[in-house]
Ligand binder design. Structure first.
Ligand code: FAD
Ligand code: FES
Length: 266
């Protein structure tokens, strides 16, 4: 069920072009599942007309959090919202990550690239609560792209970081860090969210390792709840290739269902 709510902005944190908002919305927060998202109205005016999809970064009691990076006009307008303002949200939307009982006591890898870390905090908290042992891989271009590292570490998660320029953690892509770690450790499952090239490479690694996993996809969205067909991606499900809606059938899909060659990068 889609809920259309006004949520009050009760805390704002920012690091350059990254923002962490805490919002009060008991109706959405109490129903939210990791991997689901919100459609956020960023302007009172007609430009930009469309709401912007943003993942649920966390939900606790009556509060929820979002973590986003300025990408264009919509997210820039969102970043300008002030303490006490009310935001119009649709949500929680989509199919989130699945957490299986057999993960209990086992390691699971959660791999996030840049703003793709957003849904993984809520997921890792839920994994921990249900007895699994999440290991968070956090990759960025530079150290400035890892603003959540401290929050993740303070929350008690094992966090392995990488930067493309070597300014923090493992020098290189987060996919290389995952490959290196897989030489020493064997997780039960791998979750990922980030740029398509990162996830395509991770899918290849998972295939090679026979490792199951779920990835959260991005797509340009018109409505966010299945009405416009603006967000379809080609998916192989039950032996058949079909176009599925990222907003309604996803955004989370098993990695082996995603047809990368046919999907746009970027
Ligand atoms: C399910 C879902 C969850 C998301 N969660 C988050 C999140 O938690 N934090 C976060 O920072 N971002 C998230 N995004 C991406 C975010 O929605 C886009 O960055 C945002 O809509 C861009 O809007 P804009 O007006 O700022 O930029 P625009 O000016 O519209 O676009 C700027 C650039 O971003 C690209 N872009 C626009 N919309 C999307 C989109 N939906 N997906 C991918 N690329 C896009 C454009 O092609 C362009 O290159 C999510 C996207 C989806 C689909
Ligand atoms: S965004 Fe409209 S159908 Fe998915």
């Amino acid at each position: 069920m889609v809920i259309d709510r006004q949520a009050r902005l009760v805390e704002v944190q920012s690091w350059n072009d990254y923002f962490l908002f805490t919002l009060e919305s008991p109706e959405i927060a109490t129903k939210a599942q990791p991997g689901q998202f919100l459609m956020i109205k960023v302007s009172e005016f007609t430009q930009p007309l469309l709401r912007r999809p943003i993942s649920l970064h966390n939900a606790e009691g009556p509060r929820l959090q979002i973590f986003f990076q300025i990408a264009g006009e919509g997210t820039r307008l969102l970043s300008q919202k002030k303490f006490g303002e009310r935001l119009n949200l649709l949500g929680p939307l989509g199919q989130g990550f699945t957490i299986r009982p057999e993960f209990r006591g086992k390691e699971v890898f959660c791999v996030g690239g840049g703003r793709g870390l957003a849904p993984l905090y809520f997921l890792a908290r839920e994994l921990l609560r249900t007895g699994a042992r999440p290991v968070i891989f956090y990759g960025g271009r530079t150290a400035a792209d890892l603003p959540l590292q401290e929050r993740l570490e303070k929350s008690g998660f094992e966090v392995l970081v990488s930067t493309d320029d070597g300014s923090a953690g493992f020098p290189g892509f987060v996919t290389s860090l995952v490959e290196e770690t897989l030489k020493k450790r064997r997780p039960e499952f791998l979750y990922a969210c980030g740029p398509d090239p990162m996830m395509e490479k991770l899918a290849e690694i998972c295939r090679g390792e026979k490792l199951a996993g779920e990835f959260s996809l991005e797509a340009i969205m018109g409505c966010g709840f299945g009405a416009c067909w603006g967000c379809v991606k080609k998916i192989r499900r039950n032996g058949q290739e079909k176009y599925l809606k990222v907003c309604q059938d996803g955004p989370v899909f098993p990695h082996d269902e995603i047809i990368w060659q046919e999907n746009d990068h970027g």
